[in-house]
Ligand binder design. Structure first.
Ligand code: SF4
Length: 545
């Protein structure tokens, strides 16, 4: 337990809390809210540490500029904690989700890359290794995003909140698919109404308004004209079907979903040459592909045990560009422990099946710091991934979220859940992520997107590596909040991005959350559509950059 005294810097409480959590992972912070009023500080054992933020930061120079002032306070506190614990953090004082945005901000101030690097090193005490990562990812993002006119576009995220089982570390909206089987058609129909509303708001409905379903027309018609909302005339650029596990749906349900998307947003057809059969044979054949006209269409298949040839055929027929087959680890003992209920063999089979069927952009997700795994386990996993040669690899550090079983049942998991919480463990997780980067480089995959979360093992990060041209544009758009992403389905989030000036980081981001509970989503879909329409119509139209 760490007892914290902080009355003078309450305005930065969240940042100070995150920094303390990074130095003391897994330890309870006992925040002494009002010591001056004589309140008891709570139960403090003799082993408790005390961090007196007021005393540590007393007398340091303050700035009128909130950004400078906050970074100064955090820097003073960081240096004190580094001495106190004998530990340096790879990300220095940075505790936010999007470190790459800091690079963008510095360069937009007119600094050249060397000066920007120096400024970030000075202000945030970031390690050289992470500075390299930030700058290389920034450059790669610019290159990838330069392929699209993102300011005039928007993306859609379709949430399929069903999974075969719930993983130990999961904090997403995930429900056992067998419990909802009888209502999945209803779920797809509710999403149809959301998608129709988007098409209407984006303006494409003008020429096809009569095609809208009666219910959606009722919600979206009337005095509210498409030209007056914030996504009017925007072009749909990427679609990401995630979850949950999209391939928890049956082949027929997946087909229904993707056909629905094409009916609403239009489609193009083209002929594609594909391997003769699913086993990667030498012969080829032609297949007609029908595809919604977007720059990128991803279906995060996810769990290997939910992937079948029939489902992959559906995805291929609808022109899905990118799929994800996520092992997380190639160790059966860990898969069993974390409740994935699939085998290592199923991962390999699903991957080979997809490759043999002509999928040429396959991502694999891995997690570093999983319960019970050491560096040797991770090396073995990486050796197996190397042999498969995916087109992209996403290396996550385990983040223990409050709503996950790993957190709520924390005591039951005891020692196995504590990877990365002490010095040795933190170094080991750092070595694991470094090994992941090395393996990716060996496969010709370069880092292209990055984000961080609270309570990450070893205070590390999540990094996506991809071969040139195989990056997931949606991941960058969504993570860096580059343009509006509209969430569809239970538990999805919408982020409406409005640029307030020509500067890439000067923007406002408004959020709209769909209800998480599937039953509520189905019964309140009409109300949700009304609220969402108001959300997009409220305020001035989005200015163009
Ligand atoms: S597959 Fe993903 S969404 Fe489903 S339970 Fe596991 S972590 Fe959660």
């Amino acid at each position: 337990m760490v007892r914290v005294i902080n009355h003078n810097y309450i305005t930065y409480e969240n940042d100070i809390r995150s920094l303390l959590q990074a130095f003391f992972p897994g330890q309870q912070l006992l925040w002494e809210e009002d010591d001056a009023a004589g309140n008891a500080p709570g139960e403090v054992s003799p082993q408790s540490l005390t961090v007196d933020v007021d005393a540590i930061c007393d007398g340091c120079d303050r700035s009128e500029d909130r950004f400078i002032d906050k970074s100064l306070i955090k820097r003073v506190l960081y240096k004190h904690l580094a001495v106190m614990t004998g530990r340096l953090l790879p990300w220095g004082t940075l505790t936010g989700i999007r470190p790459v945005r800091i690079v963008e901000m510095m360069l937009a101030k007119g600094l050249d890359p060397d000066a920007a690097r120096e400024e970030i090193r000075e202000l945030f005490l970031v390690s050289e290794e992470k500075l390299d990562l930030m700058f290389s990812i920034y450059a790669r993002e610019q290159e990838v995003l330069g392929r699209l006119d993102i300011a005039r576009g928007y993306s859609i995220y379709i949430n399929i909140p069903f999974c075969p089982t719930r993983c130990l570390y999961c904090s997403f909206t995930s429900n056992p698919v067998e419990h909802w089987e009888h209502r999945i058609d209803e779920y797809l129909e509710a999403m149809r109404r959301e998608l129709e509303q988007i098409r209407f708001l984006a303006g494409a409905a003008e020429e096809n308004a009569e095609d809208l379903s009666a219910e959606a027309a009722e919600t979206t018609a009337g005095a509210r004209l498409p030209g007056r909302n914030r996504i009017a005339d925007r072009k749909l650029q990427t679609i990401y079907v995630g979850g949950g596990t999209p391939t928890a749906l049956s082949a027929a349900q997946l087909d229904k979903l993707l056909t629905m998307v094409e009916e609403i947003f239009g489609y193009e057809t083209y002929e594609r040459t594909l391997p003769e059969n699913g086993s990667g044979g030498r012969g080829t054949r032609k297949e007609m592909i029908r595809r919604v006209p977007v720059a990128e269409l991803t279906v995060e298949a996810g769990r290997p045990d939910s992937i079948t040839k029939e489902k992959l055929e559906v995805l291929r027929h609808h022109g899905v560009d990118r799929i994800s087959i996520n092992p997380q680890t190639m160790h059966q003992k860990t898969l069993d422990l974390i409740g994935r209920r699939h085998s290592v063999e199923q991962t390999i089979e699903a991957y080979r099946l997809a490759r043999g069927m002509g999928f040429d952009n396959i991502n694999m997700d891995l997690i570093m710091g999983l319960p019970g795994e050491d560096l040797e386990d991770v090396c073995e996993t990486l050796r197996q991934i190397e042999a498969l040669r995916p087109d992209s690899l996403t290396v996550h550090a385990l983040a223990v979220k409050r709503s996950s079983r790993l957190s709520t049942e924390g005591k039951a998991w005891g020692g196995v859940a504590r990877k990365g919480l002490d010095d040795e463990g933190m170094d080991e997780v750092a070595d694991m992520t470094a090994m992941g980067a090395e393996t990716a480089a060996g496969l010709g995959l370069q880092p292209y997107y990055l984000y961080r979360q609270k309570n990450m093992a070893g205070n590390q990060d999540n990094v996506g590596y991809a071969a040139h041209g195989k990056e997931c544009v949606y991941n960058i758009l969504m993570m860096e909040e580059k343009h509006t992403v509209i969430g569809v389905g239970a538990g999805s989030s919408t982020k409406e991005v409005t640029y307030t000036s020509g500067a890439p980081f000067e923007k406002t981001v408004r959020r709209f959350e769909n209800v998480r509970n599937i039953g509520d989503y189905l019964s309140r879909i009409g109300e949700l559509l009304e609220r969402k329409q108001t959300f997009f119509e409220d305020g001035a139209p989005m200015p163009r950059r």
